[in-house]
Design a protein around this ligand. Structure first.
Ligand SMILES: Cc1cc2nc3c(=O)[nH]c(=O)nc-3n(C[C@H](O)[C@H](O)[C@H](O)COP(=O)(O)OP(=O)(O)OC[C@H]3O[C@@H](n4cnc5c(N)ncnc54)[C@H](O)[C@@H]3O)c2cc1C
Length: 491
């Protein structure tokens, strides 16, 4: 090569050495690669919100070890598909409402029907076929509490809870669970520190109402009792309010369809490690066993953990981080859902006549096997002869024999379902585990529900986006409601 040719190449190489890394880092800066561990509603809603924020060029992978949907799943019994995991959605759960609409799905009304509260030997109360009689019975037993509960839930929980949608649409994000919950309303922090029993008693509700109605709601929704914190307790009461719905055809369609809506690649595999990389380029290396059980690695700029970090749910090693990232110590609550296609024995619930057995039975005694029982419609709303009951331990054959006079089919699903709330302390986990390593499921220690996972998913997506673009003014800063600010200036 001539001297001038050599000089030209030296200049080109010098130019590339100086400018290419910047050009490349600018490119990556705009379009990060993101790995999400877990394809439940938490992981898939996070993917959807990330796609909205980062645009179509970002590369987003979801690792899923079983099936997309996670705890949103159905079970087949006889010819019927029945919701087995997360079932009921509140009408004011705006992300679930919007996803359903956006994905071309339909809402199915799942509330209503006859109900009773069983104490282990008899029904404390049961509805009548005449609504006036039901109201009179409820008023006789619970007084004004039965009327006050809806306005209490609306005023003390829902109206404040719903501020989160304005906060998040203004791009604000929070690094810890208490900061996010406290941003909805500071009173929620004290709800997280006191039991639902205490919170409701100090709001004027009577013992009978708390020990029967509230206890029944907590046992059916979380398999737990009125000692659990007030925030999750109130979420649970909202879970037995009127207007509840499910997605026609099955709730799991939401995460399944979010995957294609967000244009995400699903990698079938079990993640076993996340390693902090020591070189410039990508930040984290995800280690996983693929569908053929072969160990593989993939590197990312951003990693999001969207599964409970709990030894019995998913064990992931965090390697080479400056300070150790541990699994969280709180216990998880195991629940078994048993599905029986058959004829129930009304005597098991202290009822003489089969026609008088309510379709939905709550229980208010935490020393009995059954947390609740429901006569189920299938995922399209068609009536069936399937009864679903929840219990904290799997029922024995003998238990089922006592409960049903005949049975055609039986199925069981045991879940590591949600945190054991009595073991949840005041130190709730952060959403940020390391610079660009995030954790969605810490939210479950405040309350586990589909909408809570979606809210946490949006929070984590906003954190990732705000950190990536240096929008630090949108992180952990109070959100000033423009309407209220306008009122103040006008005063
Ligand atoms: C029986 C039951 C009833 C419920 N009822 C309701 C209800 O009526 N209404 C309501 O709103 N909520 C309800 N819930 C709660 C609700 O289902 C959950 O809060 C929500 O589904 C949690 O979603 P998630 O994505 O955060 O977690 P998950 O759904 O658990 O998703 C995590 C995913 O990560 C995958 N995974 C785990 N570890 C790894 C790994 N190492 N590598 C790769 N993949 C991994 C799992 O396979 C799973 O698919 C109920 C839950 C249960 C169990």
């Amino acid at each position: 090569m001539s001297a001038s040719g050599k000089a030209m190449w030296t200049s080109i190489l010098f130019f590339l050495a100086c400018f290419l890394p910047n050009a490349l880092s600018e490119e990556t800066k705009e379009h990060p690669s993101i790995g999400i561990v877990g394809g439940g509603i938490g992981g898939t809603s996070t993917a959807y919100f990330l796609r909205q924020l980062f645009g179509k060029e970002a590369k987003i992978d979801i690792f899923e070890k079983r099936q997309v949907g996670g705890r949103l799943t159905t079970i087949k019994i006889g010819d019927n598909q029945i919701e087995a995991g997360g079932t009921l959605i509140h009408p004011k759960n705006m992300y679930m409402v919007n996803f359903t609409k956006l994905l071309g799905l339909e809402q199915l009304d799942v509330g209503g029907g006859s109900f009773g509260i069983f104490d282990g030997s008899s029904m404390r109360i049961s509805s009548s076929q005449y609504s006036v009689v039901t109201m009179a019975k409820l008023f006789w037993r619970y007084g004004m509490d039965i009327y006050n509960i809806d306005s209490w839930i609306n005023e003390k929980l829902l109206s404040k809870f719903m501020r989160i949608y304005d906060i998040q649409s203004a791009g604000h994000a929070y690094t810890t669970v208490p900061d996010l919950i406290g941003a909805m309303d500071p009173s929620f922090i004290s709800y997280m520190k006191n039991s639902i029993k205490f919170v409701m008693k100090t709001s004027g509700f009577g013992d009978t109402f708390i020990d029967e109605m509230v206890m029944g709601a907590l046992r059916t929704n979380y398999g737990q009792n009125t000692d659990i914190p007030g925030f999750v307790g109130a979420v649970s009461i909202a879970g037995v309010q009127p207007g509840l719905w499910a997605v026609k055809g099955g709730n799991k369609q939401v995460p399944e369809k979010l995957v294609s809506e967000a244009q995400v690649q699903v990698i079938q595999g079990t993640v076993v490690s996340v390693q902090l990389l020591q070189y410039q380029g990508k930040n984290y290396r995800v280690g996983f066993f693929d569908a053929e059980k072969k160990e593989q690695f993939k590197d990312y700029d951003i990693v999001i953990v969207a599964t409970p970090l709990h030894d019995e749910v998913s064990e992931i090693d965090f390697e080479d981080f400056p300070s150790s990232i541990e699994n969280f110590p709180q216990q998880f609550h195991k629940v078994t859902a048993t599905f029986v296609e058959g004829v129930p024995d009304p005597k098991y619930f202290g009822v003489d006549n089969a026609d008088d057995l309510p379709n939905s039975i709550l229980t208010c005694n935490d020393s009995i096997l059954v947390n609740s029982q429901d006569k189920k419609a299938d995922v399209f709303g068609n009536p069936t002869d399937v009864y679903k009951f929840f219990s904290n331990t799997p029922p024995s054959e003998d238990d089922v024999k006592q409960m049903f006079t005949s049975k055609k089919d039986i199925r069981m699903a045991t879940f590591m379902a949600y945190p054991e709330y009595s073991t949840v302390g005041e130190d709730l986990p952060p959403f940020v585990l390391h610079d660009q390593l995030y954790y969605v499921n810490g939210i479950e220690l405040a309350a586990s529900a589909m909408e809570m996972s979606s809210i946490a998913g949006k929070n984590v997506a906003l954190l990732a986006y705000n950190h990536w673009h240096g929008n630090l003014e949108k992180i952990d800063e109070p959100y000033l409601d423009p309407a209220l600010e306008k009122d103040k200036t006008e005063l």
